[in-house]
Ligand binder design. Structure first.
Ligand code: NAP
Length: 331
């Protein structure tokens, strides 16, 4: 039999285990021109929360009672397809199923000898591309500038901070525990880190950690944390709005400050982005990320949860900050 995870109910606020359903179905058989894939690593990502709601976004909502999809590294276990051989590994946006068939559309081969397979969901996947391209295309950090990143100990944030260090910046991270803050300063070389859960006055803490003000803000969380960063921005600051996890589960409208006065006063740039905007730059970006990883300049930090049936819990745990680096599930 083949285990599958369906979206059972649309979450109201924080996602719950009861919003998902684990079912068993027949293991699929391949037809001509198809391959049989076995899931190896499944990525759980905050953006999936948006797809679980009904509202229109930049990607269509998931359908109720259908398998959820996310980035997955899978192994070809049978092939009737000329371009894929048995035992090869691929990455694609695939269904939360132990086994599934594919005609190969949208699949990319990945090399298990070049990097651990899970890295293709993290630093060598969407995570790394989001960090590098959001930072360089919108943040445009210059050597000696101050870069601050929220969600700093997570998948994207930890890579953003490390790249900003490679670029010669002063780097400050905002994260949700002392242990995470220690990791940022001692393992990743951040200049300072702020635990937003224990800091009473975030505006003051940011001013102290950024004595020359903030030149670049890489925003993963939105809400009150971002308000506190905004009031500390410098003239011509650049704010790359990558995510807003602090408000993804809101059931009432957020109450953030008005950004216009800060943008006007500082002639600052604030721009949202979706990593796929920069698809044409992926190949070059991948070369850089692979090089930094091979040289030991970038760390592939991840939290690996074991077992197919743990996928929904791993997803829910993102909103509790239970991960350090990229959260992946090993099937
Ligand atoms: P992640 O940072 O690895 O995981 C989520 C982290 O968010 C948690 O570990 C937690 O860390 C923090 N968090 C949870 N609830 C929070 C809250 N209420 N306030 C502040 N922090 C909270 O996830 P990721 O995959 O790297 O994604 C980070 C952000 O980037 C997300 O907003 C995501 O939607 C966005 N993203 C955007 C793109 C794009 O193309 N624009 C692509 C990928 C990701 P703490 O312990 O620090 O709270």
């Amino acid at each position: 039999m083949n285990q599958t995870i369906l979206l059972h109910k649309r979450p109201a606020g924080k996602p719950l285990l009861s919003d998902f359903k684990l079912v068993s179905e027949e293991k699929p058989e391949i037809q001509a021109g198809e391959i049989l894939l076995k899931a190896i690593y499944v990525s759980v990502d905050p953006y999936l929360r948006g797809r679980m709601s009904e509202g229109k976004s930049y990607v269509a909502p998931f359908e109720l009672h259908q398998a959820i999809t996310s980035g997955i590294v899978a192994q070809v276990v049978k092939s009737n397809h000329a371009d894929f051989s048995q035992d090869e590994y691929v990455y694609g946006i695939l269904e939360w199923k132990e086994y599934q068939t594919s005609r190969g559309d949208g699949l990319h081969k990945v090399d298990a000898d070049k990097a651990p397979l899970s890295a293709y969901l993290g630093v060598l996947g969407m995570t790394g591309l989001t960090a590098l391209l959001g930072l360089s295309e919108i943040g445009k950090p210059q050597k000696g500038e101050t870069v601050i990143v929220s969600g700093a100990a997570g998948a994207v944030g930890s890579v953003v901070g490390q790249i900003a260090k490679i670029m010669g910046c002063r780097v400050v991270g905002i994260a949700g525990s002392d242990e995470k803050c220690d990791m940022l300063t001692s393992e990743f070389g951040f200049n300072a880190a702020i635990n937003y859960k224990t800091t009473g006055n975030m505006r003051k803490a940011i001013a102290t950690a950024c004595p020359k003000g903030v030149d670049v803000y890489f925003d993963n969380v939105g809400g009150a944390i971002s308000d506190a960063v905004l009031v500390n921005t410098n003239k011509f600051a650049r704010i790359a709005v990558c995510g807003a996890i602090s408000i993804y589960n809101n059931t009432s409208p957020p109450t953030s400050i008005s950004v216009q006065p800060f943008l006007i006063k500082n002639s600052a740039l604030m721009q949202g982005f979706i990593v796929n905007n920069y698809a044409a730059k992926f190949p070059q970006a991948m070369i850089k990320l692979s090089q930094w990883l091979a040289e030991g300049k970038l760390s592939n930090t991840e939290t690996i949860v074991e077992g197919f049936e743990q996928i929904p819990q791993a997803f829910i745990d993102l909103f509790e900050g239970k991960n350090k680096g990229k959260m992946v599930v090993n099937i």
